[in-house]
Design a protein around this ligand. Structure first.
Ligand SMILES: *Cc1c(COP(=O)(O)O)cnc(C)c1O
Length: 425
């Protein structure tokens, strides 16, 4: 009886042998499935709508190519992400550039490369963008990021739309910033953006934010005759993490929000703006699995059993950062009764390097077994570090039985590539 875990037609134990561990494995068909759901259930159903994949969740050249081919736009938050996108030949007009502290140089590059939208996060930024555009003889299309003062029910480190957030322009400053943007010659103010946070499991915070922003849109039309053409409601659509539950469809989030935008616009007699979403996690989280090899197994008398893996907070900092929950299976011992409860820990020199608590596994779990941690596609590879001089794992895409290496494993020499001696050797 075959007891190995298979994923998108590939034997995960075989992949661990072939590429080594830790290893990030992504189902290409699942990523494409999520993109196609967004096309069918959002873009095609709501005229003028757009979706930008939030690259910070997981961005590589190969991922960029998939997003491009699937017809989505891309949300970047730094010069580095922008550079990667341009190297992947991603069409710049489909890129939106975010960030609460973009440098002058990053803005100049974005303007020069004709990036589609720049989301302005603070008042001083409009002058910088206007100047950069003026020097290049261009007109930059901007959105203003508004802090809608909505509390999304999620961890405080991933909440971004509340009053007092470091992100966005405070509501009471919006009239001033709109007036100023309209007075500058090299700017084209298209509308507004908000982003409430990440891993939001309910559509209702979006409705609250829509109520706030549509009132702002109505006031601006009345006071300055400014008509909002675009409204970007950000990302943050949550995924279900534990065990085998599947996430909510995109329609769960976008349908009620679109209905509310329509209702509010008709109430205020505003033309319907074109609406954009920026999902990151929702597209890529469930497509990713991390494979580890189990090493030390330590039973603390009267307490827990620690099972150590050959990675940890270096490739997945989220449990340590904000208590994120994960689920795993012993990939070479599927279908056996799980009569042992363990704590999965990483190999980093931190007591907080705990990946999963209270995981049930087969009682004969032993060193050399392969552990598959699910739902690691978002904010794992992109947040990985070289703590303890651990090389970053390779990334493999699987697609209906084929495996494709898209990022090579770092080598020890890669870790030293930028270092210099101080004394002669
Ligand atoms: C992080 C971020 C997103 C994506 O968030 P997810 O939770 O991954 O969907 C979208 N827009 C902006 C501005 C962001 O900062």
């Amino acid at each position: 009886m075959k007891t190995n875990l298979c994923y998108d037609g590939c034997d995960l134990v075989g992949l661990a042998l072939k590429y080594g561990t830790p290893l990030y494995v992504f189902s290409k068909s699942m990523i494409e499935g999520r993109c196609s759901e967004i096309r069918e259930q959002f873009i095609k159903r709501y005229g003028g709508s757009h979706a930008y994949y939030a690259g910070k969740a997981f961005l590589t050249l190969a991922m960029c190519q998939i997003v491009e081919k699937e017809g989505l736009g891309l949300d970047v938050v730094s010069g580095g992400e922008l550079h990667l996108a341009l190297k992947a030949h991603f069409p710049p007009e489909r890129i939106i550039f975010h960030g609460n502290n973009k440098t002058r140089q990053e803005i100049e590059i974005a303007v020069d490369q004709d990036v589609g939208r720049i989301a302005v996060d603070w008042e001083g930024e409009i002058d910088i963008i206007d100047k950069a555009a003026g020097l290049k003889g261009k007109r930059a299309s901007i959105l203003l990021r508004v802090t809608p003062e909505v509390e999304a029910l999620t961890h405080k480190y991933i909440r971004t739309g509340h009053r007092g957030s470091k992100f966005g322009i405070p509501l009471e400053r919006i009239p001033y910033v709109v007036k100023k943007s309209l007075s500058l010659q090299n700017l084209n103010l298209m509308g507004f953006h908000f982003h409430l946070g990440s891993q939001i499991e309910d559509y209702r915070p979006y409705i609250e934010a829509v109520d706030v922003i549509t009132k702002v849109m109505s006031d601006l039309r009345d006071d300055f005759g400014f008509v909002t053409k675009e409204l970007d409601i950000g990302g943050g659509f949550g995924v279900e993490g534990f065990e085998k539950t599947t996430s909510k469809p995109i329609s769960y989030f976008v349908d009620p929000v679109m209905e509310r935008i329509k209702a509010r616009c008709s109430e205020f007699e505003l033309p319907m703006p074109s609406v954009a979403i920026e999902p990151g996690r929702w597209i890529v989280s469930e497509a990713g699995i991390t494979l580890y090899t189990i090493g030390s197994i330590k039973k603390i008398p009267g307490s827990v059993t620690y099972v150590s893996v050959d990675g940890g907070m270096s490739d997945n900092p989220r449990p340590a950062l904000y208590d994120a929950k994960y689920y795993a299976e012993v990939a070479n011992k599927m279908g056996r009764p799980k009569d042992k409860v363990i704590t999965v820990v990483g190999r980093c020199c931190e007591s907080g390097d705990i990946l999963i608590e209270d995981l049930a596994v087969p009682s004969d779990v032993q060193p050399g077994d392969i552990l598959a941690v699910f739902n690691t596609g978002a904010y794992n590879y992109s947040m990985a570090s070289n703590y303890n001089m651990l090389p970053k794992p390779a990334v493999v895409f699987v697609d209906k039985g084929k495996d494709i290496l898209v990022v090579e494993r770092e080598t020890y020499d890669d870790l030293l590539a930028k270092q210099k001696f101080i004394f002669n050797v």
